[in-house]
Design a protein around this ligand. Structure first.
Ligand code: R5P
Length: 296
């Protein structure tokens, strides 16, 4: 075991020397096998190496939260503008048309709700079913510092082991318990552990201080969650700063589907992520689209 008496925070993240991607669009994945790279090439836009994932898996734990009461009415119209859909298999089969050719990151754990200890999850989807659903990624929370930390690390490990048998990458989602600090030290720890155990990419949160170091210290891509609903311009600003500081895109839910005009918002987010459009311009684009849809 490492000497626990001299744990030092990392200082030199080599921010002026980006990690060599080894000729593949997805950082840290150049040595994956063909099926893994094939799926990652669907999850990440080959031209930009970035992605706009639309997350609407919240119901597996939260029930019909605002904006997700009727996924057929609120999410299906947005889906064509996303690079990836992140959802449960229940919603996928019930409500998402199989003719929609957008890759899926499949929520692969369950076992808790907002009424209980959220970290008490287990792998809930059989790999055969993930294959049957044409999943491009398997997604689960890693709860560092939570009551069921060990179990969540083992869940991710199991998904990685099983996913590798079928060429399906795993997305580790840094779950934040109610009591946990949301700072660079915490997310640097959680994202690095997720990558070290073999996750192909990691979902985390943007933080004001030290986000660039979190991305640099994680050898695979980081995509950011949107978190709680912000004013649209602020959400676009957060997406811009995240990508500018090293994120490979977003896995955004509430800041898209709870926006005043979700269809306009996802297109504005996409401009920021793929074209590095400045937040002010992206917000003007959002307002133009919103005005057009109201006039129609
Ligand atoms: C959590 O239950 C899920 O992984 C969500 O997909 C995640 O929190 C992202 O959604 P939001 O952008 O709303 O935070």
């Amino acid at each position: 075991m490492a000497d626990m008496e001299d744990l030092r925070d990392g200082k030199d993240f080599g921010l002026d020397r980006p990690q060599d991607k080894g000729g593949f669009i997805v950082k840290g994945n150049a040595n994956g096998d063909w099926g893994i790279k094939r799926r990652l090439s669907r999850l990440f836009n080959p031209d930009t190496g970035r992605t706009v994932m639309l997350a609407f898996d919240h119901g597996y734990m939260q029930g019909p939260t605002s904006g997700l009461e009727r996924i057929d009415l609120t999410i299906v119209p947005l889906a064509q503008y996303a690079d990836v859909l992140m959802c449960t298999r229940g919603v996928l089969r019930s409500l998402i048309p199989p003719t929609l050719n957008v890759p899926v990151a499949l929520r692969a754990t369950a076992g808790a709700s907002v009424l209980t200890e959220m970290s008490n999850e287990a792998v809930s989807v059989a790999m055969e079913d993930a294959v049957r659903l044409d999943a491009c990624a398997l997604a689960a929370q890693i709860y560092i510092g939570a009551e069921f930390e060990h179990q969540s690390i083992m869940n991710i490990s199991k998904l990685i082991n099983e996913g590798l048998r079928f060429g399906i990458p795993t997305l580790a989602v840094t779950g934040v318990g109610k009591e946990m600090a949301r700072n660079a030290r915490y997310f640097g720890l959680a994202t690095r552990i997720a990558a070290e155990i073999g996750s192909h990419y990691v979902k985390s949160y943007f933080v004001e201080e030290g986000f660039e170091s979190i991305c640099a210290g994680c050898p695979v891509p980081i995509v950011i969650a949107g978190g709680k609903k912000l004013p649209e311009q602020d959400a676009l600003d957060m997406a811009y700063r995240a990508v500018d500081q090293g994120a490979a895109g977003v896995d955004m839910g509430r800041n898209i589907f709870q926006a005043d005009d979700p269809v306009a918002m996802i297109q504005a987010v996409s401009r920021v992520v793929h074209e590095l459009e400045k937040p002010q311009r992206a917000y003007e684009f959002y307002n133009d689209l919103k005005a057009q849809s109201r006039a129609a």
